[in-house]
Design a binder for this molecule. Sequence first.
Ligand code: SF4
Ligand code: SF4
Length: 688
Amino acid sequence: MGTSNLVFAFILTLGAGFFALNVQRLVGYMQIGKSDDRSDHPLVRLKNVLTIGIGQTKIFRDPVAGAMHATIFWGFMVLTAGTVEILIQGVFSKFSYALLLPKLVYQLYAMSQDGFAALVIAAIAFAFYRRLVLHPKRLEGDKLEHTDALIILGMIGGLMVTLLLTNACQYLLDPSAIGPEKFVSRQLAGLIAPLDPAPTRLFTVFWWSHALLILTFLNYLPYSKHLHVATSLINVYLSNTSGPGQKGVMRPMDLEADVDHFGAADVEDLTWKNLLDGYSCTECGRCTAACPANLTGKLLSPRKIVINSRQRLMEKAPVALGDHMEFMHPALVHGEGDDAGATTLTEVLEHRLLDTYITEEELWACTSCRACVQECPVSIDQLDIINEMRRNLVLTESRFPEEIQPAFESLERNGSPWAFNPGDRALWAEGLEINTMAELMERGERPDILFWVGCMGSFDDRAKKIAVAFARILKACNVNFAILGQEEHCHGDPARRMGNEYLYQMLAKDTIGTLDRYEVKTIVTSCPHCFHQMGNEFPQLGGNYEVIHHSTYIERLLQENLVPLQSDHGQRLTVAYHDSCYLGRYNDVYDAPRETLKRSLPVINLVEPPRTKDRGLCCGAGGGRMFMEERVGKRINVERTEELLATGAETIAVACPFCMTMISDGVKAVQSDVPVLDIAEVVAGQLA
Ligand code: SF4
Ligand code: SF4
């Protein structure tokens, strides 16, 4: 081992040791968060790593940026093997994988190193062009973020260039050392040769530059937003979407817990997984670009929520762990879009995540549409942080928009978010001869399904027509069904989404008690919020039922030819279908409503707006926004309605009573006369 090997071994030990210290520090910071068991469904989690993580499937939702990023990512994976070889060679000069691998495998490895290095250089060049010339809106950030991104891009580019130049010099020094599979390096050697046919010094310079850049890059990562390079695959494995049926399910909450506050006001109230999300954020802005609140001019940016959580962690964790103000890096502590970053210990202690970094206004702007979660290429759950912070605002601090106070009061007193008389709940069904569960029970009978009408279907004049239409279809198909009538009340989902877990659990447990008393097995509902809540979240409280959305149920009836339809379908009609978030993104039901429309209206021309299916734009009603004023920016329902009308639709179809209200209001706001119909109304209109 020569002197240079010894020097490199010393530098390598220092670099690796400093990196290990940083890893230990960041893992330690995460431990100030709450516990969160993520050990379930290992195979599903592994599949996510293979598809979302290594396959980069979500990255390709933006094909151009996706191709660029995936090239860099895959290049990284392939070139990491080469990096290890180079680091070992720094200590043991004669080391080569060629000594260990079969010839063909080594040749493939060598070819992959050169090929990916060239591809990564092209991708980095495009990334520079994008950042410096194209300036995509979603990459907008402060100066520090831009500088950080440019430093990282520069380092990656530098690594690739020095790798190829090292190989090229080596080829000039010893042509037998670099085979034809390193085709890029050999071409490059041809360019260098006129400068110096035996470039010993150049080789040394490029080799050392490359090796030192590797160690610098490794140790810069923990202080950069590009920390995601090290954490994203781990984050995907541990993501919320890993477990079957877990999409969009709100975290259960123990209201009996002996705690001094509920929900999240600061980073210690978040889980370690929320904090890992912060480390994993690539700051790509895909979440914010898809956020209906942000794109209509509200303050909310899901990207900022995640970045702020990380920044506050970097500020607070060293103090909480007793090594305050060490290792803090301005890019990580500085608050996005404000001057929230603390400079003194007193400031750190005075600050908290809520108010200092994230304001009430941002939190209440969320429609819980899950577009952010859907878009995130590293499976971050921005909505989980928002939900926890709303819980703190409502349950601990009693701070919420004044318009939702009446909804909370009505839910408590009347069992619906509106101040309707509970005794009027089944008035919509008068004269339709629909059995209640109580009536059937009295006769010793049991229905095949319970039609859960929901508060909108029971009280809202427009939504009552949807309930009637669906009941007509069920009757026309001779389905044996019943309703709860006056025994139905809200299951509490709006309260849960608005942060009032107390009220939610009270209403949900009571509903489960009623359903269990009637031994209900199958529930069909026309409301996606009821569908999601009762099917996916009731199990947390011990309520287990088969819950079917009416779009799926009607489609099944149509498939089985049980729906008596008219033979004359009238004129060809152009229809645009608007996806409900709680049906689509929360439950992957995209085809059933479309199939229902096509089967009941064979002459339909079904058109799609640009934002459709899992990219669909929210109507603006979710997350309790239905009960709040929309005072800032453009109204979300107007934005969505304009998109739907731009398709040339003569009718807009929906499958949710909340969407019905919002899109109908949108149609009125833009002074259009295009009718808005629920899919049940379309089918009922075609009954023979
Ligand atoms: S859930 Fe929807 S509204 Fe809320 S932050 Fe995410 S994208 Fe925005
Ligand atoms: S949360 Fe996800 S989508 Fe949003 S900026 Fe971070 S990595 Fe991108």
